[in-house]
Design a binder for this molecule. Structure first.
Ligand code: NAD
Ligand code: UGA
Length: 478
């Protein structure tokens, strides 16, 4: 009992009030997350630093419609706090030096080389951050893993920081981010939970409480969960694996629906009404994309295999196999329906982003479907309200199926959906942008080659209405 009081007194005495934060990595997570922290905690100076000069310039852009990422509500948050207590800079060393708390929010892509190629997370950017913190830090720091990391990465970071020789104390926390793109600001404002993993020592507790105080500026305390570091790291991979698993599960059944005249939307509604199952993440689609689901599951699979858990690895790998199958199945259906070839035919793509309300295209299903159709010599024209043409070509070149000149010869882009659809043999909906629903579909039909096909990879269109106009409509799982 006495012991408890003593520890509590120490904690109260040492309660750390953070006044300066640095976030390394000004990407889809670092930018919005820090913007919201700065908005909600005006007494804290927040410096977001990145080695990418162009990205930082874009974050500092006076024209708020040209920030480096598009997120509904983001520009308003930036407008409120930028240059008040939120700063974007390439001066990484200065940011680290002045901060009491450093978030690491750099990319952790799948390794493209060497050991673990195509499976493991590439932690080189994380290691570089840790080394730079070790080199620069002259005062005690709380280092927060915001990036998604393999379980036990904190150990590696600690190992690097421990050997700085500067006599500085570091506390390492895991604080994974659960926001989804397109709803990032709403997700941050109203997070279901914030997870903070830390060392189970009094110093670890002080660090966890310091971070808890930041989130408590706008979130109820009961939603801020404290765990040990390893549980926190693993929970992030697990959450993404479970979410992606639901999409692959419903997509697998969409194939069965197409063979049996069951309707996947009706099946999803029926099972989603069971409160034990729940209705979210049961939307059948052309396949999930985005920078994280695939990367994080591959990473989970890699970790399991390395630990000799082959059955566990096989189980999760199937989520990816099913997703790849869905993208290919959709492209095959287009080719088969268009009389077994799309060679020389104009195919209009509506949407390229991996989901609506974002300009992010990483792992978007659109690029894989385009690639399959281009293999069959299709001429594709793409319209997306937020994705720039150079990004679409970069995506295709990344797939490396054909050279950049060939990609340019077979894929065109347009800023007008009507121009995109003109003379097309088929329209393919790849992203669920709301604006698609309200187009003048009579006008589109009139301008197309006949029969006019529409392949709705997102099940957003009104089938009956389109069929009345004269379209031949194909959805997913219908
Ligand atoms: P991103 O690629 O958009 O941004 C990462 C940024 O880090 C880049 O701008 C890059 O230049 C910068 N960077 C890399 N190394 C650096 C270094 N040594 N010093 C300074 N800057 C450096 O990535 P993201 O989408 O923001 O994802 C970041 C992490 O968050 C990943 O681990 C990801 O898995 C995780 N995550 C992402 C999302 C999402 O919606 N995108 C959601 C939750 C978690
Ligand atoms: C996902 C998670 O939802 C976030 O919690 C997590 O923080 C993030 O990954 C991450 O770690 O990066 P995000 O990828 O941004 O967020 O977007 P989601 O809404 O999850 O959509 C992912 C993909 O699944 C999209 O292509 C989307 O169209 C697809 N999807 C989603 C479906 O096909 N059906 C659904 O029912 C839901």
């Amino acid at each position: 009992m006495r012991m408890d009081i003593d520890i509590n007194n120490i904690i109260i005495k040492k309660m750390k009030k953070i006044t300066n934060i640095c976030c390394i990595g000004a990407g889809y997570v670092g930018g919005p997350t820090m913007a919201v922290i700065a908005q909600k905690c005006p007494e804290i100076e927040v410096n977001v630093v990145d080695i990418n000069q162009q990205r930082i310039n874009e974050w500092n852009n006076i024209d708020l419609d040209n920030l480096p990422i598009y997120e509904p509500g983001l520009k308003e948050v930036i407008a409120e706090s930028r240059n008040r207590n939120l700063f974007f800079s390439t001066n990484v060393a200065k940011g680290i030096g002045e901060a009491e708390m450093i978030f690491i929010s750099v990319n952790t892509p799948t390794k493209t080389y060497g050991k673990g190629k195509g499976m493991a997370a590439d932690l080189k950017y994380i290691e570089l951050c840790a080394r730079q913190i070790a080199m620069v830090a002259k005062t005690d720091k709380i280092v927060v893993e915001k990036s998604t990391l393999p379980v036990r990465t904190a150990e590696t970071i600690r190992e690097i920081l421990k050997n700085t020789g500067n006599g500085v104390n570091f506390q390492i926390l895991s604080n994974p981010e659960f926001l989804a793109e397109g709803t990032a600001i709403a997700d941050l404002y109203n997070a279901d939970r914030v997870l903070i993993g830390g060392e189970q020592t009094s110093e670890g507790k002080i660090a966890m409480d310091a971070l808890t105080e930041i989130y408590a500026h706008w979130l109820p305390r009961e939603r801020i969960l404290q765990t040990n570091v390893w549980s926190s790291e693993l929970s992030k991979l697990t959450a993404n694996a479970f979410l992606a698993q639901r999409i692959s599960s419903i997509n697998s059944l969409s194939a069965l629906c197409e063979k049996t005249e069951a309707n996947i939307e009706e099946v999803a509604r029926a099972i989603g009404s069971d409160s034990r199952i729940g209705s979210k993440f049961l939307k059948s689609s052309v396949g999930f994309g985005g920078s994280c689901f695939q990367k994080d599951i591959l990473n989970l699979v890699y970790i399991c295999r390395n630990l000799g858990l082959n059955e566990v690895a096989d189980y999760w790998e199937q989520v990816i196999i099913m997703n790849n199958y869905q993208k290919k199945r959709f492209a095959d259906k287009i080719i088969a329906t268009l009389f077994n070839t799309v060679s020389g035919k104009k195919i209009a793509f509506l949407g390229w982003a991996f989901k609506k309300d974002t300009n992010d295209t990483r792992e978007t299903a659109a690029m894989y479907v385009a690639d399959y159709l281009m293999d069959d010599l299709a001429n594709i024209m793409v319209y997306d309200p937020k994705v720039k043409p150079e990004q679409m070509f970069a995506d295709l070149n990344y797939l490396n199926t054909r050279n950049p000149e060939q990609n340019k010869a077979q894929l065109n882009t347009s800023t007008d959906p009507y121009d995109t659809s003109k003379d097309a043999h088929a329209i393919v909906i790849l992203t669920e942008w709301d604006e698609f629903i309200n187009y003048d579909w009579h006008k589109i039909f009139d301008s197309m080659m006949k029969p006019a096909f529409i392949f709705d990879g997102r099940n957003i269109m009104d089938r009956e209405k389109l069929e009345l106009i004269g379209f031949k409509y194909f959805g997913i799982g219908k």
